[in-house]
Design a protein around this ligand. Structure first.
Ligand SMILES: C[S@@+](CC[C@H](N)C(=O)[O-])C[C@H]1O[C@@H](n2cnc3c(N)ncnc32)[C@H](O)[C@@H]1O
Length: 280
């Protein structure tokens, strides 16, 4: 993860402030630092940003998180507090180059390990579909690190889809990936083929895509379903898969519950890996 230890350095600069209230780190996306600053220190955000730029010369922009990921496209409200006035950047992850626009599409550096985990599961010759592919990190990293026959990304945010195409062009060695624009519930059913593995990368509301994802899988294929759950719990997410299986005449066998992010003190981002079989 591109998060660095920041608090001791800031504490030395702001001796009158309780260190626990100062930012403990930041996410580095390309040359942009994304930092959380508590409301009572809002007036210091610019100064904190300037210190970050001074401490980490490769950084060119510091943006403060101004809320949670939200909206249909799951964008993050960001406010630039120091450096250049842009939220576009070029990021490298798992050997892939990614052109990103944090103002117009979702991206989280915190999913890097999860993307590598999925790529390691893909067996030679597999056909993989990634529903909700954003600017393309999952498909491109799977394409780069596996011998999949095909990796298809589907994304409805046209700005993110345009970046996915740009990223495909920027990673010329990856030849098995393709991207389609549109609502995955409409695009996947007309793809005209079934997949060995389907990912649903929409932790809030992704259950609406489950029937489509399950119908798109070959018998015995693998589903990866991302969800937000209370720590140590996966029952609700599993129940969503079971409901979609009943709707589509399938049954599921849970393979793995992967914890792939802490999204607040009591909330985890999890991925349920499940084999989807025809109903007996
Ligand atoms: C949490 S983001 C994940 C993006 C990307 N996979 C990544 O890891 O950076 C979810 C994405 O799903 C897209 N999305 C939401 N509903 C969709 C749908 N029905 N069909 C296709 N994309 C959808 C959003 O626009 C957003 O880009």
């Amino acid at each position: 993860m591109n998060t660095m230890r920041l608090r001791p350095l800031l504490a030395a600069r702001f001796p009158d402030i309780d260190p626990a209230r100062l930012p403990g780190g930041f996410d580095r996306v390309g040359d942009i630092a994304v930092v959380s600053v508590v409301p009572e220190l809002e007036l210091l955000a610019g100064e904190i940003g300037a210190i970050l730029l001074e401490l980490h010369p490769p950084l060119r922009v510091v943006a403060r998180r101004d809320g949670q990921y939200g909206g249909t496209f799951r964008t993050l409200p960001l406010r630039i507090v120091a450096g250049e006035h842009r939220l576009t950047t070029v990021h490298r992850e798992n050997g892939v180059v990614l052109h990103l626009d944090l103002a117009r599409g979702y991206f989280s550096v915190r999913l890097a390990h999860e993307r590598a985990r999925i790529a390691a599961l893909v067996r030679p010759g597999e056909r993989v579909a990634v529903l909700c592919s954003g600017a393309g990190p999952f498909p491109l990293i799977i394409g780069r690190h596996s011998q999949a026959a095909e990796v298809l990304g589907i994304e409805m945010n046209l700005a993110a889809h345009a970046l996915a195409l740009r990223n495909l062009a920027a990673n010329r060695a990856i030849r098995t990936v393709d991207f389609l624009a549109g609502d995955a519930t409409e695009v996947l059913p007309v793809a005209g083929r079934s997949f060995d593995r389907v990912l649903v990368v929409l932790p809030y509301g992704g259950e609406s895509l489950l029937p489509t994802a399950i119908r798109g899988l070959r018998p015995g294929g693998t589903l990866h379903f991302y969800a937000m759950q209370a720590k140590g719990c996966h029952r609700d997410a599993l129940a969503m898969i079971e409901t979609a299986c009943r709707q589509t005449g399938r049954r599921c066998r849970l393979l793995e519950v992967a914890v792939c992010g802490h999204c607040g003190p009591a909330l985890h981002r999890i991925c349920l890996d499940a084999a989807i079989e025809p109903d007996a």
